[in-house]
Design a protein around this ligand. Structure first.
Ligand SMILES: [Ca+2]
Ligand SMILES: [Ca+2]
Length: 81
């Protein structure tokens, strides 16, 4: 959970509102074609930014969209145990 928050703030501070992810910030976080589609689904209130609540949903969606990334991440987590 802490890692998710750190990741969120790492990218959300690049431009505009420090506490929301714009479309371009989201692309920095995950440079995948799926982002555009995911962004459209995630931005529940259609303000062009993904707030933290929306981001939590994004993480779940990216687990599927960016499976390789999360497999690698999980492997690193496994090694810590
Ligand atoms: Ca921002
Ligand atoms: Ca929004």
């Amino acid at each position: 959970m802490q890692l998710m928050i750190q990741t969120f703030h790492k990218y959300s501070g690049d431009e505009g509102d420090k506490y929301t992810l714009s479309r371009s910030e989201l692309k920095n976080a995950q440079d995948k074609e799926a982002v555009d589609r995911v962004m459209g689904d995630l931005d529940a209130n259609n303000d062009g930014e993904v707030d933290f609540t929306e981001f939590i949903i994004l993480v779940g969606a990216l687990t599927v969209a960016c499976n390789d990334f999360f497999l690698e991440f999980n492997e690193k987590q496994e090694k810590k145990k």
